[in-house]
Write a protein of this length. Structure first.
Ligand code: NA
Ligand code: NA
Ligand code: NA
Lengths: 375, 134, 375, 134, 375, 134
């Protein structure tokens, strides 16, 4: 009664298990461990891990034509809508006040993007194509949606490892930054206190800021328009105070839904043959390099500013220019307090940090422009 | 070494553009602040840090901004530090309870999103940064 | 090292700034001002303004193929899903009780649609095509989703200015109505008091109302089925009390998300060459005409009812028949109180107002039927 | 003038259809009310207006129904007016606190959606309109 | 002035009313009655009823090309995304603890799927095609999303009646189960008390459970990967405790939105000619059969376990193996209390019930595998 | 009868597969529990049922899990039964109020999702099932 054909049908799944797929499922377990036990950006890494696991099960219908993970990928990754929507939510929760009070910190954000280009060069030397190299470099933006957006355009086949690297290392900022800061600064430098002055930032200025940034950046670097435009849209909605329902929806309901879908879709790209290359290993290593160079460049540039200002700038706030808002600023504050518990740099670091957030997006757009992508 | 050359060119152009753009932004922001004519008043570092923590606490809610650090500040429990800060600032502030910002209150009763700094934030978050009691 | 080609690439954005795009960005600033400073329907106008600004930045990738604003447009404007989903939310928050207690007020809602057709004639005389004229006329429905739905079918190239006109003028109802009411009524008429009687509306009647309206209107005017069906679906869910989770989702989460997406998508249609025509100016002027004629027709028809009833109907409640629920009713109440502080007409005005809501949708369907659109 | 003729035809047909349809609806609703057999009882204008405001306050939450009017009723602060109305009605009503409708309560603590009429609404919103104490 | 053509246009709607469409609108009224007055799964049945009503109005534009119901259908039914998303939400609210403490209950869940295959045979004998028969049989999974998923693949033209049957009968579980239980068990059997022992289920075990189940089932029955994967994804997010925002979004916002869309889309498939066949009647009858056979098989299998264990298993907990979590378990507890008010079986029944939930999904995948669907 | 034969084959294969898979799962779960080495401790039926009701109450929130049953347990009002159970268990438990699970609290004030068992659940829901006070 049970014929040959039926048995073949029943064993189809088991027969299609490959060592690659088993390895990738193992990778998904590692990601789950990092997300759940180590609390590494679980909102992103857990869905990515789940997507990876589901995509690597034998004959997975989820990545077949019309499979749900495929549908999600086409819904928001192909057209880059998901990372942009997440940016609206981030903008709705970001207060650029520390930067507005202290605009000269803006340049620290620029310095913190140096790792992008250093890493791009290293990647080129390792044999990656220009587009791939730029995608790996963008890990140095230290900003999830920017990394996803840029690499999704330039090298979609590397989206998985780049996103994983970007978010994992972002969780490691508290571990990566302190040794670099200590290596590059003397105790005396780290103990520099910076005075505070406060000025009221008018509501008008707060509302004009996102508009000015959008028009300025969008006009000079059209490729950056989607990234900067969506980040600043969220901020405009927040600062306007006129559309609280939409602000809340962007930061909560939309952000949560999109994060789940985005993570699953990105995870589903991590299938055996494409992922299991030495290139993936290189990406992971180069990602760390990008973070480290960013931080070092930020600190060194801040040292220059310190010198120019006659010793008034504590160079460690430069490390906050890498973005990773607001985590990097907190780490800087902690490092400062290790040498002098009464040294409060947080607000200055937050300013540099907010500048880094803007600069990361600008750098993403600049990179796309230089690659001439899309037109 | 053609690759290297191209990469260096990218770096110079890229960093140049990023610095130029942010420099331009610096200029514009400075201009705006001059036009705003708001006086710049010195404040204590503690006031500044409390405000900074408030801003950071809101940003923690953003996706991709989780804080896996241990909840301590130089060995002291963070909640305690926050509480002390709040206590030292309290007499300067009029508390506007009713305007608790929506960001923090949508799932009341749950501590779901509450970072260790929320305690600080709850007190000051309705003020734009003007600790002089203006 | 930096060649000609690179420089051209870098100046691409600046070189593509046109006076049209600058003008449109200026328009977006005006809309932002109206939304934020003047509180004109900010939930719609702020996203529209943002969409307009982002679409008019040079070479904007957001409206390119696969650009996010294009994606949103295709997601819910082309197929009219967004305005229909917003209608579900409106239905879920509308209480037709005042109409159910006082069904004869229904006719006041009909009279308040006269502006649609007057405006259509004016538009024809100004040289607009029949489809365009009907789309401009529908501003007189004084109902956002209806205007978007109808003009999206008949004249999608005019969607931007029509939506902006519809929502801006809706915010101006408190300014537009009073002078018209005062012009057309004597103080004596405005001081007519109307007695109240109350009857319990059974739950069964409340549940049957949306069903009956859907079947009746949908059968007689199939083109109105989507509009009336979605409005009444929201109301059915609300009155049934059986699906509170869905009612809440429709009125909050879905409504907020869709409003943001809808606004951005509509704003993105407002690009230079199409918008900067005298026709846009005509649309803005004709929109005001539509509102005024609606209000006048409502008041005049109420005067007829007053005459027929032997002086028992205060003619100013006719002005609430234009829809703009519940704002128009409140304005009517305010006007009444100016002459007699003890004159409480609000519940009657709310009945006329709810009737106007239904009548607007019916008029939208009728207009589509008469134009033979789509079918 | 062909255009004008067509436009007039549209107007006659369109308004005719709208009136016919709403007339039909009028008939149906009247029929339903007759079948319902609920008595019609006179109520005071103040009771009616309070109920009307409750309905309007809920509808204010709908997208596209914002109220840019100043929050006054003939020069008196609206909240005060509402409070007075509530006070005059209170003795007639048994307050059913626990059934506060979900529309108003999902973001508690925030006044995000609260219009000036919420105060009125909160008191009466759990009643179908039956001010006779039925 | 009003010509022949215009009149035809105006009467188009009325002329296209057919007895089939009127009958289907009547069906939608019955469904509304069940949903609102009888509280039969209103979250599903009310949207289904509304979709059915709107689709059957004459010339309904809602099911035309680009009509909203069609758009919703293509958005999430064609690709099966909607039922899968609902599964994420169910997983996020299901606690498999009772099963983990008492793993031998797992087999009771298997027994409760027997009705699927019995019903399949009956359907074959009544002349349905194999694919149709399997789709009807899957009503016996007694699990909404599984029924929708499987029948959506095998026999999409029967999606309407199958979904309606699945959800209606699920509401009837408290009425269907008790007589079957009483018929097949003696009072003595029903009075068997089962002792409890409790063990702490470690967080690690709770987190590993969804992962193990996904990999095990997904590897052995690839067709079950989407169903089991999404159910277990929700459970993993819940048990990990690391992504509460996503867990909540899955169980609330996403679930609510998808439920509304899913119901409307499924309702829209219930149009005259396809629905009004004797086959629909057969489906409704066979659905009840499936439920009854499931329950009977569960009880009989529990009797075997009771015999094997020397009288230690109360056979009525077998009825909870059908799934319908957690309702079936509650019904079992109620039946037990009728004979002995002090007999507390609920936790055991919950274990069987959770096993039934897993087994239903497995059975759905097995059925798809056996039909060789999709490749 | 070809159909019947095919159907029977499906049944045998299908039920065989379902039983095999769940049997395999049984084995795996047993193994995990053995590795976990947690002791199994007898508990009273009342404690077990209270925990079970807590789990069921959470699951009631899932779409497609509505409970149209009358809210009685063998004729007694369910709330009363729940209250009695709670009362008899209370002295054994330390109440951890602050950890009220988010599932129940997002729309506070509303009884929207609250089944009759919530009262029970609210008391115990923060415990993994370990009524021995472990
Ligand atoms: Na950066
Ligand atoms: Na109108
Ligand atoms: Na089942």
């Amino acid at each position: 009664m049970i014929d040959q054909e039926t048995i073949v049908l029943l064993l189809k799944g088991v027969n299609n298990v490959t060592w690659q797929s088993m390895f990738m499922i193992g990778v998904s377990f590692v990601l789950m461990y990092l997300a759940i036990a180590k609390d590494y950006e679980p909102l992103l890494l857990l869905p990515i891990a789940a997507g990876c696991m589901l995509a690597n099960l034998p004959l997975s219908p989820m990545i077949a034509e019309d499979g749900m993970l495929k549908v999600l990928y086409n819904m928001g990754i192909t057209n880059e809508m998901f990372p942009l929507l997440i940016f609206v939510g981030i903008g709705a929760l970001t207060d650029f006040g520390p930067l507005l009070e202290n605009p000269r910190l803006v340049l620290l954000g620029a310095a913190g993007q140096f790792g992008i280009f250093m890493t791009l060069i290293f990647a080129l030397l390792l044999g990656f194509t220009p587009n791939e190299s730029a995608s790996i470099g963008i890990i140095g933006a230290i900003d999830g949606p920017t990394s996803i957006y840029v690499s999704g355009i330039l090298a979609p086949h590397m989206l998985g490892p780049i996103t994983v690297a970007a978010y994992s290392y972002m969780s490691l900022v508290p571990i990566i930054l302190p040794p670099i800061i200590r290596l590059l600064t003397s105790k005396q430098e780290r103990m520099i206190r910076m005075p505070y002055s406060s000025r009221k930032i008018s509501r008008r200025t707060r509302i004009m800021f996102p508009i000015v940034v959008t028009v300025l950046v969008g006009t000079l670097v059209p490729f950056a328009t989607p990234l900067i435009g969506m980040l600043m849209l969220g901020n405009l909605m927040k600062e306007s105070g006129a559309v609280e329902r939409l602000t809340k929806a962007s930061a909560a309901e939309i952000a949560n839904t999109v994060t789940l879908f985005l993570g699953l879709a990105i995870g589903s790209t991590m299938v055996g043959s494409e992922f299991l290359k030495t290139s993936t290993l290189f990406i992971l290593v180069l990602g760390i390099v990008a973070f480290a160079v960013d931080a070092a460049a930020g600190v060194m540039f801040a040292k220059v500013l310190n010198w120019l200002s006659g010793g008034k700038v504590n160079p460690i706030i430069g490390a906050a220019g890498i973005s990773a808002f607001p985590m990097a600023a907190r780490v800087v504050q902690r490092v400062a307090q290790e040498d002098d518990f009464e040294n409060f740099l947080l607000m200055h670091a937050m300013g540099a940090n907010a500048a880094g957030q803007v600069a990361s997006v600008v750098a993403g757009g600049v990179l796309l422009a230089l690659m001439g992508a899309g037109g | 070494m053609e690759n290297l050359e191209w990469g260096l060119k990218m770096t110079v152009l890229g960093m140049g553009l990023v610095f130029s753009l942010l420099g331009l932004l610096w200029g514009l922001l400075t201009l705006v602040l001059v036009l705003d004519k708001e006086p710049s008043v010195p404040v204590s570092a503690k006031e500044a840090i409390a405000e900074a923590e408030r801003i950071a606490a809101v940003a923690d809610d953003a996706v991709g901004a989780q804080v896996p650090e241990p909840a301590t500040v130089n060995g002291m429990p963070a909640d305690l530090v926050a509480a002390i800060m709040v206590a030292t600032m309290k007499h300067k502030l009029t508390l506007r309870r009713q305007a608790a910002p929506f960001m923090r209150s949508y799932w009341p009763g749950s501590k779901m999103f509450a970072s260790r700094w929320v305690a600080t934030g709850r007190v000051r978050q309705n003020y734009s940064w003007q600790p002089r009691g203006k």
